[in-house]
Design a protein around this ligand. Structure first.
Ligand SMILES: Nc1ncnc2c1ncn2[C@@H]1O[C@H](COP(=O)(O)OP(=O)(O)O)[C@@H](O)[C@H]1O
Ligand SMILES: [Mg+2]
Length: 300
């Protein structure tokens, strides 16, 4: 039984709250509980059965600082760095195909993608942001970028977004609704969930039933949206591995000529239960016509 099934069963066992057809607000869109299975209904009600006292981020638009982003070497819309654009196109193609194309058959939660690495500094955030921008830049593609590296959050800072409540506040569950933490951005199709405040129990929160249900909801309700999680590293703590079990696809970023092979082997063994693991060789020295990034894929 998967941890998601266990969470649903646990929520079902608690069985509190009367089932209503109240629409739930997620990503600013209404979900009618009539279309949700019985087990899901109870789990969702346990998660959402709180008074709505907080103000929503729905109307706020976070202005991404494109100039700063370009200065930091990110691939921004209108960028003329054709090599980098092409490399991210190559990296995103199989991910998007697995999420929406024929290849998605059999991959559960294929639209949820975790970007991780063995240790800090290998380029998770760099890859997560560039992939999010590259996918959101496509017509008709919507992306939600979640900063789940809650111990070392950096997405908001890099994008030049003011700090605001984020994943941690939502997982704490203190009257914070999902719509309170989702920020629209000045890039159509791209929304952000910041990490939120530092929390001494962030490990437990990332492994909580509320996180598991959030992943399930994101996958079930938004199959047309790519959700990218910027993850903690795999070898420093357990959160990365826990998150990897919640998503359909994992991208393992490997810093070229720096990360020892033994660490990469250890990381891949920790991802053994994941359906799809793709690897990106990052910060490789450019050698003429050769691609800056290596790219490989294995599936279990
Ligand atoms: N492909 C790349 N090209 C240039 N700089 C990069 C690249 N990947 C990462 N960096 C830089 O390396 C540093 C560490 O990357 P970061 O994404 O923050 O790592 P992580 O999130 O894994 O800790 C950052 O300063 C980032 O801008
Ligand atoms: Mg990072």
């Amino acid at each position: 039984m998967s941890i998601i099934e266990k969470a649903f069963n646990k929520a079902k066992g608690q069985g509190q709250g009367q089932i209503t057809n109240t629409p739930l607000e997620l990503l600013g869109e209404e979900i009618n509980l009539l279309n949700v299975t019985e087990v899901e209904k109870e789990a969702l009600i346990n998660v959402n059965n709180r008074p709505n006292t907080s103000s929503s981020n729905e109307s706020k638009v976070a202005e991404i600082d494109w100039l700063k982003l370009a200065e930091l070497g990110f691939v921004t819309p209108g960028d003329s760095n054709t090599q980098a654009i092409e490399e991210y196109r190559n990296i995103k193609r199989p991910l998007v195909n697995n999420a929406f194309g024929e290849a998605s058959a059999g991959i559960e939660r294929a639209n949820l993608i975790l970007i991780t690495s063995s240790v800090p500094g290998e380029g998770k955030t760099f890859t997560a942001i560039n992939l999010a921008l590259s996918i959101a830049n496509e017509r008709d593609k919507k992306v939600l970028l979640i900063d789940a590296d809650v111990a070392r959050p950096s997405v908001s800072k890099i994008l030049g977004i003011q700090s605001s409540p984020g994943l941690i506040e939502y997982l704490e569950g203190q009257d914070v609704e999902f719509s309170d933490i989702v920020l629209k951005t000045n890039m159509p199709g791209l929304r952000i969930i910041p990490a939120g405040k530092q929390h001494k129990h962030s490990t437990e929160l990332l492994a909580s039933n509320r996180m598991i249900l959030l992943a399930q909801q994101l996958s079930n309700r938004y199959p047309d949206r790519i959700v990218i999680f910027d993850s903690p590293p795999l070898l420093a703590a357990t959160q990365g591995q826990v998150l990897a079990e919640l998503v359909g696809q994992v991208v393992l970023v490997i810093e070229a000529e720096t990360t020892p092979q033994s660490m990469v082997m250890e990381s891949t063994s920790r991802l053994a239960s994941c359906d799809v693991v793709l690897t990106v060789l990052n910060k490789a020295k450019s050698t003429g016509d050769a691609s800056y990034y290596g790219y490989g894929q294995y599936a279990h």
